[in-house]
Write a protein that binds this ligand. Structure first.
Ligand code: AMP
Length: 582
């Protein structure tokens, strides 16, 4: 049974946090025991453990799996309506649509009411830490943007939602002021409008991921005049017809507020929107948005808008389970580590050599189990792939996330999120990972940054329509102050292409070498402003939630490539063969 506490009581919360992080190894053993005792009789575990709940047997017999291995069990529950006990003896009440992160494939993950309690507990711990570092949060309001989609039901009768929707819809009582509207535009408009009217009460602004927050700022840029006019007249625009939106807005916008409208106009009319969040919501103490892992690319763009406010990545979690919290919320976005909370699930770790391509860990290797270490035995400085065993029916399940151990809080390890295990680009025998690409792009951007450019977003694909194939990167650049069509210098852009190549690994450079020429010169296609928002809208229209959206770094959908290609304003190729000696 997890303790309950009020997160504003920072003393009580801190005591619980210190206690559980001082006993991580012991708690993990208890968690595994509980999971096995509870679920030993499930079809899945019976197949390996024959009804036993012995921990040693579990470590010996239960295989490491990925989603594809267990999909057949999930489909039986989701599609055929078979009972939860195939996987878990908790009762599965929902399936969570995992974004599948940048790979773009969606997964359906079981969720139970008890799992909801565990997630609520970790969120309380997270809030305790925030309250400890940022005093006075309860004296104001949080402007937290949430978007929901209509519920879908599987043929087996289960509700299919995203993890964030599940949290919000199941806990409406905790969030009475949320505007729950399934129309994204009406919802965002109304949430922003409410945030503007209550400008002086707002002490934090945020959403789930940094990419989502940038999309919301763009939306604000497109609609602020109309919002200001609504505030001036005290009337919401006629196109807002959703009853939830109308009701929420009418509660706070009931009279003409010309002075407030004037003050908003003054800020928004400025040529540059640098620091807009701080200017519009002057009491804001922090911006909440995950900015680690693949979101790190948005740090410069977000910092441009936040006006020096701390951007807080507070939680590392997924549809499968919630894992850890950031104990130093005000640290630099580049230094964030997450302290694992040992009562959420049973964690194991597959070591990855620092220089090894994560895909080399043969996914079906029968000896994989021999290398696994548990939470108490990870080593500082070592990279691991996370495996999770949950109460909800996942056993030694590969999260496909790579983490680096950066330290310990009491006896509990802290991890930096490094990357997904997936390869984003591959031609011939080259395999370029998301992290390789991100690093190379960041190095190349050093050419453009002094000119005032920042990279709003990027993606890539391997173009094999000609021989040799080559990698194509799509870049959306922004110039500060805002300029719709920034001039691009041909020589500098070509240098960016070369620098990306030069920053990729030896294998790539070797394959690019003229004598072998297995890969052609890398190409950067610069797209016009707003393109990645159109791409996001496309994926959202295909069922991805805006709350959880992460720009796919390897575009596989032909329709998505057409969207990007139709907005290209400049194409540049590398003019140098990368030097293999560096
Ligand atoms: P989803 O299942 O759609 O919620 O996506 C979960 C995935 O998002 C995780 O497996 C990670 O790859 C990524 N993710 C979640 N939280 C963070 C975080 N704090 N930092 C970096 N990546 C994260």
């Amino acid at each position: 049974m997890l303790p309950t506490f009020d997160p504003t009581d920072t003393e009580a919360g801190s005591r619980i946090l210190e206690d559980i992080t001082s006993n991580a190894g012991h708690i993990q053993e208890q968690v595994l025991e509980e999971i096995l005792t509870k679920n030993a009789s499930t079809d899945y575990l019976k197949g390996f453990l024959n009804g036993h709940s012995d921990k040693g047997l579990f470590k010996n017999k239960v295989p490491v799996v990925d989603y594809e291995d267990i999909k057949i069990y999930i489909d039986r529950i989701a599609l055929d309506g078979e009972p939860s006990r195939i996987l878990t003896n908790e009762s599965i009440t929902e399936l969570l649509k995992s974004s599948g992160t940048s790979g773009g494939k969606q997964k359906w993950i079981p969720k139970t009411a008890e799992e909801g309690e565990r997630r609520a507990f970790i969120c309380c711990l997270r809030d305790t830490v925030l309250n400890r570092y940022l005093q006075g949060l309860s004296d104001g309001k949080a402007l937290l943007f949430v978007l929901i989609n209509p519920d879908i039901h599987t043929p087996g009768g289960l509700v299919l939602r995203t993890a964030s929707e599940s949290e919000i819809k199941n806990r409406k009582d905790r969030y009475p002021q949320f505007i729950l509207c399934e129309d994204t535009n009406q919802s965002l408009y109304s949430q922003l409008l409410c945030g503007l009217v209550q400008r002086d009460a707002i002490v934090s602004v945020g959403t789930f991921f940094a990419s989502g927050l940038l999309r919301i700022i763009k939306f604000f840029e497109e609609h602020w005049q109309e919002m200001s006019s609504n505030i001036r007249t005290g009337q919401i625009s006629a196109w807002i017809t959703d009853p939830n939106c109308k009701r929420a807005v009418s509660l706070i916008l009931s009279k003409q507020m010309p002075d407030l409208a004037d003050s908003i106009d003054l800020v928004c009319q400025e040529k540059s929107w640098e620091g807009i969040i701080k200017k519009i919501w002057p009491r804001t103490k922090y911006v909440l948005a995950t900015i680690t892992g693949s979101m790190a690319q948005y740090i410069p763009a977000l910092e441009f808008y936040t006006g020096g406010l701390p951007v807080v990545s507070s939680l590392y979690g997924s549809s499968e389970a919630f894992f850890g919290i950031n104990m130093k919320p005000l640290c630099s976005p580049y230094d964030v580590s997450y302290t694992f909370i040992p009562n959420m699930a049973y964690y194991e770790f597959l070591p990855i050599d620092n220089h090894q391509d994560p895909n080399c860990t043969n996914r079906k290797d029968a000896h994989l189990k021999d290398h696994i270490v548990d939470l108490a035995n990870v080593k500082i400085g070592q990279h691991y792939e996370l495996l999770v065993t949950t109460f909800t029916g996942l056993y030694r399940y590969r999260m496909e996330d790579i983490l680096l151990v950066t330290g310990f809080h009491n006896s509990t390890p802290q991890f930096k999120f490094v990357q997904r295990t997936n390869v984003v680009l591959s031609i011939h025998t080259d395999k370029t990972t998301e992290q390789d690409l991100q690093k190379a792009v960041a190095i190349a951007m050093q050419i453009l940054q002094p000119l005032g450019f920042f990279l709003l977003d990027y993606s890539s694909y391997a173009d094999t329509s000609s021989i040799p194939g080559h990698y194509v990167l799509f870049w959306e650049l922004q110039l500060r102050p805002n300029d719709d069509t920034p001039e691009l210098d041909q020589v500098k852009m070509e240098k960016c292409c070369s620098l990306v190549e030069q920053s990729l690994d030896q294998k790539y450079k070797w394959l690019r070498n003229q004598s072998i020429s297995a890969i052609g010169p890398l190409e950067i296609r610069v797209v016009k402003q707003g393109t990645f928002n159109v791409l996001m809208d496309f994926y959202v229209s295909q069922g991805t939630s805006l709350n959880q959206y992460k720009t796919p770094k390897n575009i596989k959908s032909e329709k998505a490539i057409v969207i990007l290609d139709s907005r290209v304003v400049g194409k540049f190729y590398s003019r140098e063969v990368p030097n293999q000696d560096s």
